[in-house]
Design a binder for this molecule. Sequence first.
Ligand SMILES: [Mg+2]
Length: 368
Amino acid sequence: MKIERIDVTHHRLPLDPPFRASWDTRPRTEFDATVVRVVTDEGLVGIGSGDTMLGFERHAALFVGQNPLDLDRHNRVLDNLAFHYSRYWPLDLALWDLAGKILGQPVWRLAGGRSDRTRLYASSGTLRGPQEMADAALSFLEAGFPAMKIRFHRGDWRDDIKALEAVRGAVGDRLTLMVDCNQGWRMPWDTERPWSLKDALAVARELETLDIYWMEEPLHRADYAGMAALRDAVDIRIAGGEMNREVFEFDTIIERRCLDVLQPDAALTGGIGGLKRIAEAAVAANLIFTPHTWSNGLGVAANAHLACGAGNPPFLEFPFDPPEWSAERRDYMLSETLAYEDGWMVLGEAPGLGVALDEDRLAKTRIG
Ligand SMILES: [Mg+2]
C-alpha cells in the first residue's frame, strides 16, 4: 500500500456570540480549523487536524509513494520540515489514524496499549464572576465530571483567587480542581510579561490552601530554573509544556525535574510519534503525561489516544465551557461530538482515531 495524495483544507466557523477566551485579549468571532486527509492507493483515508499546514504542498512529494506504515520515517521528515519550514504535525496524526485503519486497531493500542479510557476534566475557557464560576462547577459536577480546570487572567490574581474560593465553597471536595495561569501562552498581539518566580510562589501558596491538584503554566516556558525552584518550594503539582515546541525540550524538563505534569500537544509538537517517547519517559520518571488538547475535537481525539495508550494519565483535558465553548463548536468538523459518560472517555475498538468527518459541514465552512 502506498500514499497516493495528501489533501489539506481550511475551514471557518463563525462564532456568534463570540468566545472570550481567557488567554486571548481579543474576543473570538470565528473558529478556524485545518483538516488533513492522507489517501492511499487502496482508498483508505487517515485524518488529522491542528496547525494550519501553510506551505505544505511544496513538501507533499516527500510522502507520496511511501508506505504509510513507516511512521517513524515520516515523523523524522516532519521534524526536519519543522526546522526548515513549519510545523506540519497534523499530518502525523492523520498517518496514525491511517495506520490504525490499515491494521484494524485503535491508535491507543498502537501507541502502547496502556489503557482504552481516561477520566476527563472539564477545561473551562472563559472568565466568569465568582457566582457564575461556582454555578458552572456545579453543572460539571452534575454532568459527572470528576475534575475541572479554572483559568486565571482577571488582571489581579487576587480576583482569580476569589473566583476559585467561590468554586471550592460550592463543590467542597466533590470536584478535583486545577488552575491554569497561562503564563507561557501569548497571542501574537499580547506583549504582557509573564510572572516571575516570586509572583508564582505567592499564588502557589494560596492555591495550596485551596487544595488545588495542579498549577499550570505559572512561568514562561523557557524558565526551567524557575519551574524547578517552584516545584521544590511548594507541595502543589506544577504543570506545563503546552507552548514548548520541540520534543527534546521535554527531555530537559524531565531531567531537570521542572514539572510534575507534562502537557505537550501532539497536534502542535512532535505528533503522536514524537510524543509517544516523551510519554514513556514521563511515566518512567513517575511524572504525569496528560496533553494540552485545546485545538478542536479531532485534536482532542488524537491526544486522548496518545495519552491513554502511552501515558495512562489520571485526567485528560476536555475543552468544554458551555455556552461559550460548546461541544458543537469544538467538534464542528466531526460527524458526532466526542462521546463521554460519567466523566469518562472510552476510546473503544474502532480502528484509528475512531472519529469521522462531517463532510457536509466541512463543505459549508470551507475557506481554502
Ligand atoms: Mg494550559
